[in-house]
Design a protein around this ligand. Structure first.
Ligand SMILES: C[S@@+](CC[C@H](N)C(=O)[O-])C[C@H]1O[C@@H](n2cnc3c(N)ncnc32)[C@H](O)[C@@H]1O
Length: 237
């Protein structure tokens, strides 16, 4: 069922934070924006938890929180479960394709986090899942959303940014000792995904995604940070 992320999982923690320039930064920023006291119990769902990088930070800082962690890839879930170790009794892992409606167990949540996963969904599912997240939240509940979304840039600024990104990324990979052949292997697996694969990139515009959140009924929607195409949005029911 999964092809790309199942293979990428074992390399993810070594490669992804180097590939995505601000990966560590936006995780720390999002953690600081979690709107609960560290001794306050709350229930969350992490959609597309991957190897559990944010999940482990969340569980460590908020020691009485509990919740759900969903991902399509079994290998990702295994790594996330291993990473959170003793905290695994506070998390229910669910292997789930977010192309399908959210499981009904996701209800009465205080917070949903979705980092770099909604861009895999079709436009129709992106719209629908915003409504499902809204329904799964308690009144006053929060959504922390990080994703790649197109925002308008003038072409010369965009071209310069892309060029800078290409060379800065190559330098980061070189410094980290990550070989081009390895990256090519992953990129090849990604580009070979079938048109209908649930793992394909289907990046939409920031405007479309903000409209989906407004249509779902969120009362406040704040884009608190962005770096080129990466955006961190905090929305409240
Ligand atoms: C770019 S990774 C992000 C992982 C994690 N949230 C992070 O920020 O490190 C995307 C994750 O979404 C999962 N994924 C991709 N398509 C999915 C789908 N249709 N349903 C559920 N999970 C999916 C992948 O298996 C992968 O773990």
């Amino acid at each position: 069922m999964t092809e790309y992320f199942e293979q990428y999982a074992s390399d993810y923690d070594r490669v992804q934070p180097v590939k995505i320039e601000m990966y560590d930064f936006y995780h720390r920023l999002a953690l600081d924006l979690v709107p609960f006291d560290t001794d306050e119990p709350f229930r969350f769902a992490d959609l597309g938890c991957g190897t559990g990088n944010f999940l482990s930070m969340l569980l460590e800082r908020f020691a009485v929180s509990d919740g759900f962690a969903l991902d399509l890839s079994e290998a990702m879930i295994d790594l996330a479960s291993e990473k959170i170790g003793d905290s695994s009794d506070r998390v229910q892992f669910v292997q789930h394709d977010l192309g399908d409606p959210l499981p009904v167990e996701l209800a009465e949540l205080d917070m949903v986090v979705a980092f770099s996963v909604l861009h895999h969904l079709t436009d129709e599912r992106k719209r629908a899942i915003c409504g499902e997240i809204f329904s799964a939240l308690k009144p006053g509940g929060w959504l922390l959303l990080v994703d790649a979304m197109y925002a308008p840039y003038s072409s010369d600024v965009w071209d310069r940014g892309r060029e800078r990104e290409r060379s800065a990324r190559a330098q980061r990979f070189e410094e980290a000792g990550i070989l081009q052949a390895e990256l090519d292997r992953h990129e090849h697996a990604k580009s070979a995904l079938d048109e209908s694969s649930p793992e394909r990139d289907r990046i939409s515009t920031l405007d479309e995604q903000m409209q989906n959140l407004r249509d779902a009924g969120f009362s406040s929607i704040d884009r608190v940070w962005h770096f080129w195409m990466e955006h961190l949005v905090v929305a409240r029911k």
